[in-house]
Ligand binder design. Structure first.
Ligand SMILES: [Zn+2]
Length: 279
């Protein structure tokens, strides 16, 4: 057996970041310390919708995620993505503080860790899947799975379609994150459109219900998507929302076709939440 074949799937955040350089870890530590100081002078938004976004809840992040859900519940109300979009499209004043939790990519730890904790907290979330990775197996698709991240040595497990169906049954929303986790801005229009439509069709065929929401991979405006073409293209493909990776609150008048989100790690402390949910 070669070393590649003995590689086991990543199930803890500790293993996920084990390959990070000492410099990257030092920077993350310094950033955390700076945010701790800065958060003291900030107070959370009085109103608006926040869209926290996660990628994973690894086995060693369960406690942190449960704590974060409690913290958010103490700060405002959870709402589904359908309700959040209806609120934005309605154009009325958004009185109160709301959280619409989202997840990107399609990892198996959503089904094993995130969803049970969301249900314990009595809430729902929207999960954006990369359809080309759903139903892959560690054995048959090892090279494809190792290629999901640029590092090439992180073996991630993805959901099966049965997992996705069970999540929908449990009240979760499944949206599209393209077929192949592409940089839309690097594609010609036909290919970008095919990624949006192909993933929507696959989700609707597998889950037997409309797929109304699209989340742009990587999510940086001007780098990963173009404001002038991709949200409009998503709307034409039948989506009711376009989610990005740009931080910030969504207030009255903001467009559901340009939703800002706050990237989170489930292990972060409350001071980090407070910092990122303040403006
Ligand atoms: Zn992604």
């Amino acid at each position: 057996m070669t070393q590649t074949h003995t590689l086991s799937p990543i199930r803890t955040y500790r293993d996920f970041v084990a390959g990070q350089s000492a410099l990257a870890r030092a920077r993350e530590f310094a950033r955390g310390a700076a945010i701790r100081v800065l958060s003291a002078g900030r107070s959370p938004d009085k109103e608006g919708i926040r869209f926290p976004y996660y990628h994973h809840v690894f086995d060693d992040e369960r406690d942190g995620f449960a704590r974060q859900l409690k913290t958010m519940a103490s700060m405002g109300d959870f709402i589904s993505l359908d309700d959040a979009v209806a609120m934005l499209d309605g154009g009325d004043a958004i009185d109160g503080r709301y959280f619409c939790i989202t997840f990107d990519d399609g990892f198996r730890n959503w089904a094993t860790n995130a969803v049970p904790l969301l249900l314990d907290a009595g809430t729902t979330a929207a999960f954006f899947i990369v359809t080309g990775f759903i139903g892959t197996s560690l054995e048959a698709d090892r090279d494809k799975l190792l290629g999901f991240y640029d590092q090439g040595d992180l073996l991630m497990e993805f959901l099966s379609w049965d997992d996705c169906r069970a999540m929908v049954e449990a009240g979760m929303t499944i949206g599209s994150h393209t077929m192949n986790h592409v940089h839309l801005a690097d594609l010609d229009d036909d290919s970008a459109e095919a990624e949006m439509k192909g993933s929507k069709d696959a989700i609707e065929a597998e889950l037997g219900r409309p797929c109304d929401h699209f989340c742009c991979p990587f999510g940086r405006e001007g780098i990963d998507f173009l404001r002038t073409s991709h949200p409009g293209m998503a709307e034409k493909a039948g989506y009711k929302s376009f989610l990005t990776g740009r931080r910030g609150a969504m207030r009255r008048g903001a467009s559901a076709m340009m939703i800002r989100r706050d990237h989170m790690l489930a292990g972060w402390g409350d001071y980090q939440l407070k910092y990122f949910f303040s403006s």
